[in-house]
Design a binder for this molecule. Structure first.
Ligand code: GUN
Length: 293
């Protein structure tokens, strides 16, 4: 029988541990973790993500602040807000929701966040620590950190001898995911839109991680029998079966086709998605403990 990996349950355990740690911090140091989430513009999907991040932060007992800025915000205004949050001792974590409107330089904004408050793990200091195998003093990007917990549920902490494939090479996911798998001793391949024979490469993967952003692209004949499949895609597609004009969420993996071939597979929704938000809370509580000394 194929194991359908339950990301909601795994996320709930992380959140329970975060809540307990936040309570302990309040008792011992007299302060709560503080998370600031910044969103620029009107993208409805981004607003939905940001609202759930702010809500979860409150549920964890954090100080939670949300800054909603208009589409026309200038680079200087956004950087000034980041500078203010950097200097605020009540704020331990700063998340600037991506993508930013096109006129803004995302990279400059991200690099202006203090590395110790960069709960997205995107600052070069944090990315560099991960790349050099320092998993103890930096902050790791939330979605790969969460996906890695799901991989460990199936395979344990040591992936020696296993072939892992990450499809996707973004700074937010593909690159850090590959680094985490490598740190766990997997033999890692990174594939992307310019790779040749993706299906062939995929068929040799014991752990197949898909983050391409193309609905149900990974088909049954891409999956090695008995593999673990981690689906990082979130794609909204028409769902006429639910009624006229209705949508549904699907991953980058064709679940119905691939589930019978895999030994373990994460669904969409309910797989990696809930882990991302849980790991954001975990990163914030870690940053708060470090700030408290
Ligand atoms: N947009 C989609 N996912 C993320 C994320 O993990 N962090 C940020 N900042 N923006 C995102």
């Amino acid at each position: 029988m194929t194991t359908v990996i339950d990301g909601k349950q795994a996320a709930a355990s992380v959140v329970a541990a975060v809540k307990a740690a936040a309570e302990r911090l309040e008792t011992e140091a007299g302060r709560r973790p503080g998370l600031a989430v910044v969103i620029v513009g009107d993208d409805p999907a981004s607003h939905a993500y940001v609202n759930s991040k702010s809500k979860m932060a409150k549920q964890c007992g954090f100080k939670s602040v949300q800054h909603t800025l208009p589409e026309a915000t200038s680079q200087e205004e956004l950087m000034a807000l980041v500078a203010e949050l950097n200097a605020d001792p009540d704020i331990d974590g700063i998340l600037v929701q991506l993508p930013l409107p096109k006129h803004l330089n995302s990279e400059a904004v991200i690099q202006s966040i203090l590395p110790e408050k960069d709960v997205d793990g995107l600052h070069v200091v944090n990315a560099g620590k991960l790349a050099t195998g320092d998993l103890d003093t930096g902050l790791v990007s939330c979605t790969p950190a969460g996906a890695m917990i799901l991989v460990r549920q199936i395979h344990g902490a040591d992936l020696s001898g296993l072939n892992a494939l990450v499809i996707g090479r973004s700074n937010l996911f593909g690159k850090p995911m590959a680094q985490l798998l490598l740190n766990a001793n997997a033999t890692v391949t990174i594939a992307h839109s310019r790779s040749r024979d993706l299906a062939g490469i995929a068929r040799s993967a014991d752990i197949l991680v898909a983050a391409v952003g193309r609905a149900e692209m990974v088909k049954a004949d891409w999956v090695k029998p008995g593999a673990t499949v981690i689906d990082v895609g979130i794609n909204r597609v028409p769902a006429p079966e639910k009624g006229e004009g209705r949508n549904k969420l699907v991953g980058d993996v064709d679940f119905a086709q691939c589930a019978p071939v895999a030994a373990a597979i994460s669904p969409v929704p309910g797989g990696v998605g809930p882990m991302t938000i849980a790991m954001l809370m975990a990163n914030t509580v870690i940053a708060a403990y470090r700030a408290a000394g």
